[in-house]
Design a protein around this ligand. Structure first.
Ligand SMILES: [Zn+2]
Length: 228
C-alpha cells in the first residue's frame, strides 16, 4: 500500500491583489516512484482568487517538481537513468539496478524515461526563459521561479520552472556545484535589475542557495520546497 501526500501552494496570497487564495480542485493526483524505493500518491491542490476571479490556478511548487508532467517516476530517477546509460549499462542492467532499490521499472520505461531526459537536456532555455519572463511581467508584473537542484553521483542538474504555469524552462547539467559554468548560467537569468519577486527552491544548500541569493534583487523572497 502506498501513502498519500497533499500539497497546497507555498504562498496562499494572490500575487495580483493580495487576497487569500481558496481551494478549487486538485490539479494532479498521481503515484510517483522515488529513488529511495518509496511510492507516494501526490495530490497537488489548486487554489484560486475569489477577488480577481481570473481562472488562474495556483499550486504547490514542491509537488510540481517531484516528477515531470506526464511521468510517474521522480525527476531524480530520470537523471539517474541518464548517468547509468553513460556507464554503458544495458536496459536490463538498469532495471536490475532499480529492482535492488525496490523500484519496479520495465525496460520499455527505461527507454521512455531516457528519451524524456534527452528531450529536456536539449531545451532551448534562453528562448524559453526570456519568453516566460515576458509573459510573467505582462500578466503579474513580476517574475517568479522554482529552481530545483538534483545531484546524482557528482553531477548536478539545475531545473527552472515557471512558477505560474509549471512549465519547465531549463534543464541543465553541470560537473558539480563548483563548476564555473553554473555561475555563468545562473547569472544570465537571475540579476539584480530583474523584477524577480519569488524563488522557490530546495531547503538548504550551503553553496547553491547563497549563490542564488547573491544574484537576486534584495527584495526577492525565498521560499523552500516543502519537506518531502
Ligand atoms: Zn486576486
Amino acid at each position: 500500500m502506498s501513502v498519500s501526500k497533499y500539497y497546497k501552494p507555498e504562498i496562499l496570497l494572490c500575487p495580483k491583489c493580495g487576497s487569500k487564495l481558496v481551494y478549487r480542485y486538485a490539479i494532479s493526483n498521481k503515484l510517483i516512484y522515488f529513488t529511495n524505493g518509496k511510492h507516494v500518491h501526490i495530490h497537488n491542490l489548486g487554489y484560486g482568487c475569489n477577488t480577481c476571479k481570473d481562472n488562474q490556478i495556483y499550486f504547490s511548487q514542491t509537488a510540481n517538481k517531484l516528477a515531470f508532467k506526464g511521468y510517474t517516476y521522480s525527476a531524480k530517477i530520470i537523471c539517474t537513468i541518464a548517468i547509468l546509460k553513460e556507464k554503458n549499462m544495458s536496459r536490463e542492467e538498469i532495471c536490475d539496478y532499480f529492482f535492488t532499490k525496490n523500484i519496479e521499472i520495465s525496460d520499455r520505461n527505461v527507454d521512455n524515461l531516457y528519451r524524456k531526459y534527452q528531450e529536456c537536456i536539449k531545451l532551448d532555455h534562453k528562448e524559453l526563459i526570456s519568453k516566460a519572463y515576458r509573459n510573467m511581467l505582462d500578466a503579474y508584473g513580476q517574475i517568479r521561479l522554482s529552481i530545483d537542484l538534483i545531484t546524482v553521483s557528482g553531477n548536478i542538474f539545475v531545473i527552472f520552472y515557471d512558477y505560474f504555469t509549471a512549465d519547465m524552462l531549463a534543464f541543465v547539467r553541470f560537473a558539480g556545484l563548483e563548476d564555473p559554468k553554473l555561475y555563468d548560467f545562473l547569472s544570465q537569468y537571475i540579476r539584480k535589475d530583474m523584477n524577480i519577486s519569488v524563488i522557490a527552491s530546495i531547503r538548504r544548500d550551503a553553496i547553491f542557495i547563497p549563490m542564488l541569493k547573491n544574484l537576486s534583487p534584495a527584495k526577492t523572497k525565498f521560499i523552500a520546497f516543502n519537506k518531502f
